[in-house]
Write a protein that binds this ligand. Sequence first.
Ligand code: ARG
Length: 578
Amino acid sequence: MLRLKDEISYLLSTLTDLDQLQIKELLEEPPEKSMGNLSFPCFVLAKTEKKPPPQIAADLAQKLSEQKRTYWTKVENKGPYINFFMNYYAVGKELIPELLENDLLAKWCNVGNGKTVVIDYSAPNIAKPFGIGHLRSTIIGNALYLIYQALGYNCIGINHLGDWGTQFGKLLAAYRLWGDEEKLKKDPVNYAYELYVKYHEEAELDDSLEDTAREWFRQLEEGEKEATDLWKTFCDFSLEEFKEVYAMLGIDFDYFLGESFYNPHLEETISLIKAKGITKVSEGALIVDLEPYELPSIVLRKKDGTNLYITRDLAAAIYRYQTFNFTYMLYVVGSEQSLHFQQLFKILELMGFEWAQQCYHIPFGLIRFKEGRMSTREGNIILLREVIEKAKKFAYQIIEDKNPELANKEKAAHAVGVGAIKFGDLCNDRVKDIDFEWEKVLDFSGDTAPYIQYSHARICSILRKAKSEQKEVTINSNFYEAMEGFSFQLEREEEKDLLRALSMLPDILLQGAATNKPSYLARYLVEVAREFSRFYHNCPVLSVEGDKFQSRILLIQATQEVLAKGLKLLGIEALEEM
Ligand code: ARG
């Protein structure tokens, strides 16, 4: 579609006083197929042209119809709109080889070349279970990472582990009071969490516990050996467990840099802030006064000398800018932390860092699991491992029913189960809360990963069959050579619709990155899979011959590429068989 946009915006820029970029931004997808593939609303021209928009549309459509062009055929005016109709043949002839030779994205959306994006995602807390909020951050952050990477950005994925803070004082205190080494070894993260819960229960009854915890944290901040060793044990155990979860999800990070990593930088960060004259001492604590900016003031350092989450985030942001010189930094963190990020960015701005404008909080809503379906624990925390295991089990059952002959059902169940969880998240606008229902995310014919994976596998099976019938002239061979000998045919509506859908991939990825919403890509893949299904229902491939066969086989190969690439960018495996 970018081809059309380029050509139309160029021609329109020669006929109006708008520039190409303005025109591109105004071009929209018409609500109905009968209105063509792209439409230009003429309202903006009314002022300069001093004519009513429908008149402008009519005049421009007339002029446009006389212009030489490649990627669109017909132009029509409808009310204040100019509607353009794609030349499917011309687009397909370029799009399909670009897809099959894997240079579509490099050619059309290499917007990130030379730019770096730092993405802060996942960031679970040491000694606490990996909860659903962290799962959302992990899945959305990973998809954004992959999408930016596909657009040519240099991506830096950082896991800002919650490995510091007063809660460690509580944990150490609890462990020294009630801890049992055997239990810790057996199930470290859950056991640590139990201790943490117990601490809170006991602290209700006994005030002195708070002092004990504070004292442990002070020792930790001062680097005293016993506290540090114990803290390190908890970190190692948790990290080991988190890494197992990441392995299950097939997700990795460039850096694991927890909050504690920035401790050595805190003094300097605080001096920098003080030097700007924006701090105050209030009841012994050092605060940044943000009231003039209509934000609540925030504590940087408590009366007892301990530092806070925001202090470490300030040091982390500065460190990351110095180290990576990012063009953008994205914090993929739940919307409940919006205020924290407003405060963080404001302080960075007040410190005089222009790059504060390049930092974005990418918030997301909550997931609610339908009551009674998931086992919940104290504090209503749903354990991620259980969610993954359950998804795999469900997926296995479905595969067992549908395709009992399948080799390696275990592997397929993993890909389908994990894919369903990821897609069940990614297909929603991230800002909204999600009601997660197993039936919905695993439905093989719904708007789900299994549906897209299944469409992909179906195409692979058709291609295998074509190959085995020796009808493989164009399959995986040089496209241009293959194109030489026949004329590319797109006669039926379904073929055109499928091609139109395929042509949208670059547009969708650009939109996904511009809004930081992988949901555009997720929903797009459903659309491609639906178009494929309509196409395949109406346009037989293996039973036709000659140019028709060649054209259709190319079209489905290109579809397979789009589905495989798209799934991969969402962090979901495309299966050849399922
Ligand atoms: N560990 C934090 C939490 O669970 C999230 C950290 C997000 N990243 C950041 N730089 N603050 O709430």
